[in-house]
Design a protein around this ligand. Sequence first.
Ligand SMILES: *[C@@H]1O[C@H](CO)[C@@H](O)[C@H](O)[C@H]1NC(C)=O
Ligand SMILES: *[C@@H]1O[C@H](CO)[C@@H](O)[C@H](O)[C@H]1NC(C)=O
Ligand SMILES: *[C@@H]1O[C@H](CO)[C@@H](O)[C@H](O)[C@H]1NC(C)=O
Ligand SMILES: *[C@@H]1O[C@H](CO)[C@@H](O)[C@H](O)[C@H]1NC(C)=O
Length: 344
Amino acid sequence: MILFCISLYACVDLIIKTWVKWDTSPVLVSFARSPTPVWQVPFPAITICSETKARQRVYNFTDAYDRVVHGANMTDEEWKRFSDSSLICDNHLYTSGEKVTGFDTIEYLMSIAPQFEDVFFNCKWTLLNESCDNMFTPILTEDGLCFTFNMLDKSELLRDKVFLHGDYMSHGRNAEGWTLEDGYPKTAKKDTFPRRALSAGFSAGLFLVLKAYEPDLDYICRGPVQGFKILLHHPAEVPRVGTQYFRAPLNQEVVVSVKPDMMTTAPGLRNYDPHRRQCFFPSERYLAYYQSYTQQNCQVECLTNFTLAKCGCVAYHMPHEEYTPICSSGSQMCMFLAKSKLCI
Ligand SMILES: *[C@@H]1O[C@H](CO)[C@@H](O)[C@H](O)[C@H]1NC(C)=O
Ligand SMILES: *[C@@H]1O[C@H](CO)[C@@H](O)[C@H](O)[C@H]1NC(C)=O
Ligand SMILES: *[C@@H]1O[C@H](CO)[C@@H](O)[C@H](O)[C@H]1NC(C)=O
Ligand SMILES: *[C@@H]1O[C@H](CO)[C@@H](O)[C@H](O)[C@H]1NC(C)=O
């Protein structure tokens, strides 16, 4: 009888321990049984931003800043230009002025930024000459006008209600059967979109020669470091150039090798509650501005919602609807606080 009771107690104890373990962490991460060939994952999207935000020949920010510091007389027009451009330069420089602004600010910022032909010199994909404007599309980011390669078209990335002032993120190539959840279909052609690398190594990658024009460099706007910011990201994700990037300095060569990190989720986990398995499938979580859920897109949307709630406006680069107010230099402190409070 005593032996029976002891073994019953031990069994129940083990069962409870196993139950608690399953209840708190039902998901097990293990290695895949076979390796995935590199052509089954898309080549990363690449976003390139020039560190020059205002071409000095078009708008001399250094000159304007000197005049503001020395209290020179400025016309209303000059004040407007200065407050617009301080949105894109380091934000401690000027934080007063209007709270909200219109689309003319975005237009102006884009017109003073280095344009496509100021940035690209030569592009090669898998060692074949290709014209750069076939590959790169302009995009509006927190670093102003950037250019992106291999990212999904806006019609497949953003919801219809997102308003873009201008022809950004659109290159007209649809993902030919590729989806975030299922990858490439079996019938995908060799040169499908999003582009993929067919083998490892330099010869299957992207080769770029970038240029900057010396009289255009401005050392007050973004500080003394010049060159380009480069960010690799997922094709179904918007770049957040302010948080992750590496730099390509002037007069130097930078070589990057990419090691993809892929996590596949067993279909058996679909029936679990997302909060228990601690992740969402892309189709499970509806985002108001993006068509597919990824953690990054969700964080951008969250920051946008939070900024709109706190400041009553959104930054010029955030996704928004047509009549949402755009923050001007007077809201910079508020936007900065919102960002640091959210801690993402
Ligand atoms: C911009 O202004 C600065 C200071 O006034 C001056 O040294 C520089 O030559 C100007 N740049 C251009 C391109 O005019
Ligand atoms: C600014 O303008 C005012 C009035 O037009 C004038 O009295 C003043 O001398 C000017 N200041 C400078 C630094 O030019
Ligand atoms: C590739 O582009 C470079 C620069 O534009 C040009 O000089 C070269 O002739 C091109 N090569 C081919 C094979 O088209
Ligand atoms: C952002 O706000 C919209 C509209 O209120 C809402 O539908 C959406 O779920 C919010 N997004 C996030 C990530 O909370």
